[in-house]
Design a protein around this ligand. Structure first.
Ligand code: AHZ
Length: 309
């Protein structure tokens, strides 16, 4: 006989009480010496499924119309999202990150070393976050890049008006013709699960999803398998003629240039961080992160200026 179809949550098995000893535990110190009596509060597997999926699908619904989409959750994207969410709790901010682990290249310093260097005056951003650092004169040192990235990430995710969709790739940009007929404005993003995006060459037609937003901030890093996504797409859409291409390493030139050039590149699309180095040909700075933080601060300011116009 076919198994009966379960249409509603089954009650917990009789005899499983929710008032077990360990639910009275309030602090981890109270576990000491009580392991023989230890027991988790009971659960049914479907409760776990529903607790996750209900929230995720509600978020997809809520953020299908976002106020701002940040593409890329590296050091620049996270700094941008932090400043935006702090300034405007009334705005819905979606972050789309292709990787499972947000943070981009900011989990380690140069050549996989631990320390993160920030040149002054970017130490102001560390004080804003409460990230400890050592003073070294013109620059400061965070003992491990992960302290910066994990602190920034946890603060960004704590804002109620921010949703991070990780393991999700921006595959394309939504466009609208400008009223004068010359060019387009960017009006949203086209997304897919990253694992799906990686298989367009060997599976046919796996259509994407969309998010509408009046302003997109692209911070997808310098060119590479995933990098410089939006500006490369602007070239193939003939919205900018060509890319200048990232130039060789010069810390002094590069960091100032990236912050100064952080701007709206085409209507509705602000570009920040190392993706900008590809637009008009800026030097790279290598393992120093002040420009990423301050490009994020400026990208947030530019975004709100355009948003409020
Ligand atoms: O996974 C990417 C990374 O986390 C993500 N990303 C890229 N393309 C994407 C797409 N959809 C969704 N199409 C995408 N996510 O974007 C993030 C970029 O982070 P990053 O750390 O590479 O860029 P950044 O500009 O924030 O920081 C650059 C750090 C560098 S590189 C460098 C040098 O080589 O000189 N110096 C510094 C400080």
């Amino acid at each position: 006989r076919a198994a009966p179809v379960v249409t509603k949550e089954l009650p917990l098995k009789e005899g499983l009480s929710t008032t077990i000893n360990t639910t009275a535990i309030k602090t981890v110190d109270e576990f000491a010496g009580q392991w023989d009596a230890f027991k988790f509060a009971p659960i049914r597997e479907s409760q776990v499924s529903r607790a996750m999926t209900r929230r995720y699908f509600k978020d997809l619904d809520t953020y299908a119309e976002s106020d701002i989409v940040v593409i890329g959750a590296g050091s620049c994207g996270l700094s941008t999202a932090y400043m935006l969410a702090r300034a405007r709790p009334d705005l819905k901010i979606a972050i789309i990150e292709g990787g499972v682990a947000p943070g981009g290249g900011a989990w380690l310093g140069g050549q996989l070393f631990s320390a993160m260097i920030m040149r002054k005056p970017a130490d102001a951003f560390l004080r804003e976050l409460g990230v400890p650092y050592e003073e070294e004169g013109n620059y400061v040192v965070v003992k491990h890049a992960a302290v910066f990235t994990s602190t920034l990430l946890s603060k960004v995710l704590s804002f109620p008006n921010v949703k991070l969709f990780n393991a999700t790739t921006v595959e394309d940009l939504i466009t609208r013709p400008l009223p004068n007929g010359e060019g387009v404005r960017i009006a949203g993003v086209v997304t897919n699960w990253t694992l799906v995006s990686l298989h367009h060459d060997d599976q046919s037609c796996m259509d994407p999803n969309t998010i509408n937003a009046p302003i997109i901030v692209s911070t997808t890093g310098h060119d590479g398998p995933f990098g410089a996504f939006s500006v490369k797409r602007l070239v193939s859409m003939q919205q900018i003629e060509q890319l200048g291409g990232m130039r060789g390493l010069d810390m002094n030139t590069a960091e100032d240039a990236i912050v100064k050039r952080t701007r709206e590149v085409v209507p509705g699309l602000i570009v920040g961080g190392m993706e900008l180095s590809e637009v008009d040909g800026a030097n790279r700075m290598g393992p120093t992160f002040g420009a990423m933080a301050l490009s994020g601060v400026k990208a947030a300011e530019e975004t709100l200026r355009v948003f409020d116009q």
